[in-house]
Ligand binder design. Sequence first.
Ligand SMILES: Cc1ncc(COP(=O)(O)O)c(C=O)c1O
Length: 388
Amino acid sequence: MKDKTKLVHMARNHAEAETQAVNPPVIRASTVLYRDTDTLKSIRTRREGNERVFSYGARGTPTTFALEDAITEIEQGVRTMLFPSGLAAIAHVFLSVLKPGDHCLLSESIYGPARAIAVRFLRPRGIDCEFYPGGHEEVAKRLRPETRLVYVEIPGSIIYDLQDLPAIAALLKDRENTLLAADNTWGAPGLYCPIALGADISIVAVTKYIAGHSDLVMGSVTANARAAEQLAYDAGLLGQTVSPDDAYAALRGLRTASARIAMHCEHAKEVIRWLEEQPQVERVLYPPLPSHPGHEIWKRDFTGANGLLSVAFKPHIKQDDVDHMADRLKLFGLGASWGGYESLAMVYPEGGIPGWKGGALIRLHIGLEDPADLIADLQQAFAGLPTK
Ligand SMILES: Cc1ncc(COP(=O)(O)O)c(C=O)c1O
């Protein structure tokens, strides 16, 4: 099945009932009742063997299992675990895989709070976290016998730099103790499949395009056969769980994600056409643009793009000017996150974006509004920018 078909059909109720609802129901539960003690013992044994069973609300419900199954299918892993946020999903991978004395390589442009976990939590606990610039050549130079995890985000946050994931996977091919994890939030669902390209673990902030409506926070970790056992066991051990209502909403978002993302992408293209004509704009950072560094990798490894981009301004425009411009925007909300149906703008402190050596910048999420209205909004806000 193609991804679009999968998004519609996967993890649905296929029981042979005479009639049935299209969607899996919301099943809320803490306590789960067992028929008798034999059943209890058998389920306990299965759970201890790391099998996913409906045994207690915190261990998941049929509703959360349906979302896990859907994400497992689209991410092409063997098992998915859900977490109360994308950041908690990232933290779980670090906690489960790394121990004191290990070395972890991380690409430099990862999501800021993920970087903060490495710097403020892992390093003080004796885990050597090293950030690398560039791509797989830099990974090759830095691998050590004690490197346990290579952690990448492709494309990177805010600047969308691309890395050759299959080349990194090839470097790790004969290293039994090194796992490769990718934050696939930009490419999910269905634009990019890190596990198919050689990663062991794919992490997604479900909060973004899967949920799609800016109304819930959730993360997922999907693993291949090599990594799933430990990650799933530890997620249960550490009490990681999500609410069935949120899982239901995320599953609903997932069904329409490909249609929304295609529209976000179409609208982004129109807005970019306008942005590229503006004298204040140095360049637009967006992987589908042939001028974007690493564009060839995007063309080879991705099936499409979404509505997230950044605009880099000419040197005479300072970050303060851009901040004031952002304040003039009316249709674009000023807010963190992205992947919802609405347009957003976000600014960052000057010099505060790892991997970015250019000037003032703004990140835009292009929503489902009519692009003509979005362009008109940008036009009135750009009008106050200095011309020289
Ligand atoms: C690339 C990326 N990964 C992970 C996250 C974290 O997701 P959450 O906000 O659900 O914690 C974000 C959030 O902005 C993100 O942009």
